[in-house]
Design a protein around this ligand. Structure first.
Ligand code: ZN
Length: 476
């Protein structure tokens, strides 16, 4: 191997290494290899015609190569080459902004828009980096690009592009800010940094594609700031929630807490199914209904409370008692179904129609001091009928009106349901598929029971072709 000593001014192109080992049999080959390993050096050492630049002197074992055979001088293992560029003076030379820019234009590899597209196709591993402001980014950007405002470049680039071997095509509006950003990236050790000459303006003029992102308004950013701070949610997660559609069946004890928290979290569309009116006996636990609302529609009562909290949520009112036909029609329009009902007929209709459409059902139920939450999702795990093939006889399962329920209990269970809904929408964590979480308020304890899909289930064996339970089996 030949050792090439890199002088300080050129070390920014070699990730700050002061020497580089290369192979080759002549000085020229050794320098070519060096430039291949560190492409930023190419323009420093060689001119457009591939000739060694005049202001760079090369020494072999401390002899000027011109004393030998110039670039054709033979080199062998153990030889040492030294590059010595002309330096204006011992002091740092102060440059004007224009001079600095002009120097960078010489030093930084640049591609025009027309050449950038084929280059990107050849370099699928390359990362496009947009260093404009957030406002500029949201008005449209190059597809596949990541955004990092130039002001945050030094502090955040390592988390955005961790591998310094990743080729980076950096751009701004016109290609000037990105030129300075490119230099910064080189100084931080990124080995192949290319500036998009003419920036996104040229890119657009060349008729190349632009992507306009969905983004949160400043008002939405403020409202959901605590979500944005969670990496598992973040801006993309919040945008997902805003586009999500959740159907709540039952506007009572479970439906009220679930609806209000889902609205607060920014779920964009809530559907409410219930044909009942508010009764004074509801007020002990159905917390969105007020004394003024007694006698009026429950879903309208929820709608008005949700509007006070988050006026941007779309609320679809479905004043009906769910049957097979309405369920099939409604479920197709929602992402997640939340079972907040209070009778077995409805629960089986919900299960069967959701299973047929492959939609997840977040189930909640309460009885005196006990509550239960689970997620039924035929195809990914068991359904409600796998767990309870048939409803119990009425004497074993009295309705809430007869059995009674501790007023706070539906709050606990409804919020656990809302939590499962958010997990499903954001595809995070481990949903309660194949598991049921049982809450005993008197004992203040949670207990988890696990159950499997029933191979003879009357529902999911018919609606899920080749049903598998691997997904949930793995989770268990
Ligand atoms: Zn089943």
């Amino acid at each position: 191997m030949i050792t090439i000593h890199i002088p300080t001014p050129l070390r920014r192109f070699t990730a700050n290494h002061n020497q580089v080992q290369v192979s080759g049999s002549t000085v020229n080959q050794a320098l070519q290899t060096l430039a291949e390993q560190h492409p930023g050096l190419q323009r420093q050492i060689f001119d457009e015609n591939g000739q060694l630049r005049h202001f760079i002197n090369v020494f072999i074992n401390a002899d000027d190569i011109r004393l030998h055979e110039g670039q054709a001088t033979a080199v062998s293992d153990g030889d040492e080459l030294e590059l010595l560029p002309a330096i204006a003076g011992g002091n740092l030379q102060a440059l004007t902004s224009a001079e600095w820019r002009s120097q960078l234009e010489d030093e930084i590899e640049q591609l025009r828009a027309s050449a950038a597209m084929p280059w990107l196709q050849d370099h699928q591993d390359a990362q496009i980096l947009d260093v404009r402001t957030r406002e500029e980014w949201t008005s449209g950007h190059i597809p596949r690009a990541v955004h990092l405002d130039k002001g945050y470049l030094e502090v955040q680039i390592e988390s955005r592009i961790p591998d310094r071997n990743t080729p980076v095509l950096v751009y701004c509006a016109s290609g000037v800010r990105s030129l300075f950003a490119a230099r910064t990236l080189q100084m931080l050790g990124y080995r192949r940094v290319i500036n998009l000459a003419g920036g996104i303006v040229q890119w657009k003029n060349a008729g190349l594609p632009i992507e306009t992102p969905d983004f949160l308004s400043s008002e939405q950013r403020a409202r959901y700031l605590r979500h944005l701070a969670i990496p598992e949610v973040g801006e993309n997660g919040q945008l997902t929630l805003l586009k999500s559609r959740v159907l709540l069946i039952g506007a009572g004890g479970l439906g009220c807490p679930a609806a209000i928290y889902l609205a607060a979290a920014g779920v964009g569309t809530l559907g409410l199914v219930d044909d009942d009116v508010v009764d004074r006996t509801n007020l002990q636990r159905q917390i969105l209904h007020t004394e003024d609302a007694v006698g009026s529609s429950k879903i309208e009562s929820i709608q008005s409370r949700v509007r006070q909290l988050n006026s941007s949520v779309n609320i679809n009112l479905h004043p009906l008692r769910l049957d097979k036909a309405s369920a099939a029609d409604l479920f197709a329009r929602y992402d997640v179904i939340v079972d907040c009902s209070d009778n077995f007929d409805t629960r089986y209709i919900i299960n069967d129609e959701a299973a047929a459409l492959g939609k997840p059902v977040v189930h909640g139920s309460v009885y005196r001091f006990d509550g239960q939450v689970s997620v039924f999702w035929a195809g990914k795990g068991p359904c409600y009928r796998c767990l309870y093939p048939a409803a119990p006889p009425p004497e074993l399962a009295p309705p809430c009106a007869e059995a009674g329920v501790l007023g706070v209990l539906p709050g606990t269970i409804g919020l656990l349901q809302a939590t499962e809904v958010l997990k499903l929408l954001l595809d995070m964590g481990r949903p309660l598929i194949g598991r049921s979480l049982c809450f005993d308020a008197l004992n203040a304890s949670f207990r988890e029971i696990r159950y499997a899909a029933d191979p003879h289930c009357a529902c999911c064996t018919t609606v899920v072709p080749g049903r598998t339970t691997e997904v949930y089996d793995e989770a268990v």
